[in-house]
Write a protein that binds this ligand. Structure first.
Ligand SMILES: [Zn+2]
Length: 197
């Protein structure tokens, strides 16, 4: 993770993990837990690596020669792991991203990168959905963008109301995906979400 002036040191982060272990009722000096703070902090580096990346950079490299292809491009079932900013608990799910190009297309792996970068931050699913859509809209300037995110929130499945198998669906539609019912319906048919699933 990037170093910023007021960012705590690794040692401070590990001490915070020891505090949480003790607060939960553990003895952080117990042998099995000795390396846990180190592992947790390393895992955080992975789960929250999205703060180091600018998703818009992934979208900046576009191809203009697409032989006049002007139909919808959809990447569905992009798996992601994120963490809710309210409980720091995992959100596990899938994102579906579609856009209607306006002369410029981007390599499809870049769409998955954009999802991953926003997911690897503390998130609110609604915000993440909007961020993915807006970054594609701003950089590619397509005729429209649709993003649908399905997420299971462990803060809800493993605690609180303990509802397993519940997933939350959020969507953000921009341009023709918002204004044209047929475009939106085509997208939803491609990703197989919505009425009649
Ligand atoms: Zn939560």
């Amino acid at each position: 993770m990037a170093d910023t002036p007021d960012k705590p040191s690794r040692e401070q982060a590990e001490a915070a993990v020891r505090t949480l272990l003790a607060w939960a009722g553990e003895d952080p000096t117990r042998e099995g837990l000795l390396d846990t703070p180190k592992r947790v902090v390393t895992a955080y580096g992975d789960w929250f690596s999205g703060y180091d990346d600018d998703p818009r950079e992934y979208l900046a490299r576009t191809f203009e020669e697409v032989a006049g292809y002007d139909e919808m491009i959809v990447l569905r079932d992009i798996e992601f792991e994120s963490h809710c900013e309210h409980h720091m608990a995992p959100i596990i799910g899938k994102a579906h991203v579609g856009y209607l190009p306006n002369g410029k297309v981007v390599g499809i792996s870049k769409l998955a990168r954009v999802v991953e970068t926003y997911a690897r931050r503390f998130q609110v699913q609604e915000k993440m959905t909007a961020q993915i859509a807006q970054s594609i809209q701003d950089v590619l300037q397509p005729l429209g963008v649709g993003v649908v995110v399905e997420g299971a929130h462990e803060c809800m499945t493993t605690r609180g109301v303990h509802k397993r198998g519940v997933s939350m669906i959020t969507s953000k539609m921009l341009g023709m995906f918002r204004d044209d019912a047929r475009t939106r319906a085509e997208f939803l048919r491609f990703i197989d979400v919505g009425p009649g699933r």
